[in-house]
Structures are given as structure tokens and as C-alpha cells.
Design a protein around this ligand. Structure first.
Ligand SMILES: [Zn+2]
Length: 127
């Protein structure tokens, strides 16, 4: 078997664009890079999550125009929940995104772009 094909099947390179992937011991099958994964999900909605700490962690969401607020808001007692929310919203695509979030949490405020399914987005449209 040619090397490229073997690397694709073992998940060493993206099976679509063939870019080298970060090794992931938990996922040895065929894999897509973050860029190709996103390209294959054109229905994902880009929204912006703003978070800040006062007495607890407060999360608010804005439409892609960064102006229109979404009605749903969250309050969490720990920043772990903010990270969890960012993770579920596909906001932590790479190390830079993770570091930016960590930094924001460190200073008590920040924002992050999230990519939501219609189902997730519709939940934010309700209070
Ligand atoms: Zn790719």
C-alpha cells in the first residue's frame, strides 16, 4: 500500500486535504483536519460568546454581526463550565483558541467565536 494511503487510514494525515494531523492516540481511524471538518458542516452558525466574572461567571451571546444579543444567558459558579461551553460550541479548534480563553478567564473577561449546530443555536434563541 502506498504510504499516503496508509497514513490516511491510520489517521496520520487528513483524508481530504492530506495535511499532517496532530497525533491522537484515541482516534486511529480516518480523520479530517479542523479546516476540512468545518468545511463539511456549512450549516454551523458562527456566534460570539462574551464571558465575564462578577459574583459568578456570566455568559452572553451575540449574533455573527457582534451586535445583536441572543436572549439566552448563562451563569456558572466555576470557569470550568465556561470552558465546557466553549468546547461544546466548537470554539477551541486549536491551541491559540485555548490560550486566548485561558487568558480571558485569567483576567475575568473575554470573548470567543463559537460554531453551533442549528439545534444548539435554537436553544440560545429561547430564554
Ligand atoms: Zn484537511
Amino acid at each position: 500500500m502506498p504510504t499516503k494511503a496508509r497514513q490516511r487510514i491510520s489517521g496520520k494525515i487528513c483524508w481530504q486535504c492530506r495535511n499532517l494531523l496532530e497525533p491522537n492516540p484515541n482516534n486511529q481511524g480516518e480523520r479530517l483536519c479542523a479546516k476540512c471538518t468545518e468545511a463539511r458542516q456549512p450549516s454551523l452558525r458562527n456566534i460570539y460568546m462574551y464571558y465575564m466574572f462578577s459574583t459568578d461567571w456570566y455568559c452572553q451571546f451575540l449574533e455573527a454581526d457582534l451586535k445583536t444579543p441572543l436572549p439566552r444567558k448563562f451563569r456558572f459558579s466555576t470557569s470550568d463550565k465556561v470552558v465546557e461551553l466553549a468546547e461544546r460550541g466548537r470554539g477551541l479548534k486549536d491551541l491559540a483558541c485555548r490560550q486566548a480563553l485561558k487568558q480571558g478567564i485569567g483576567i475575568g473577561r473575554g470573548g470567543i467565536h463559537l460554531y453551533l449546530t442549528d439545534h444548539q443555536y435554537n436553544k440560545l434563541k429561547r430564554c
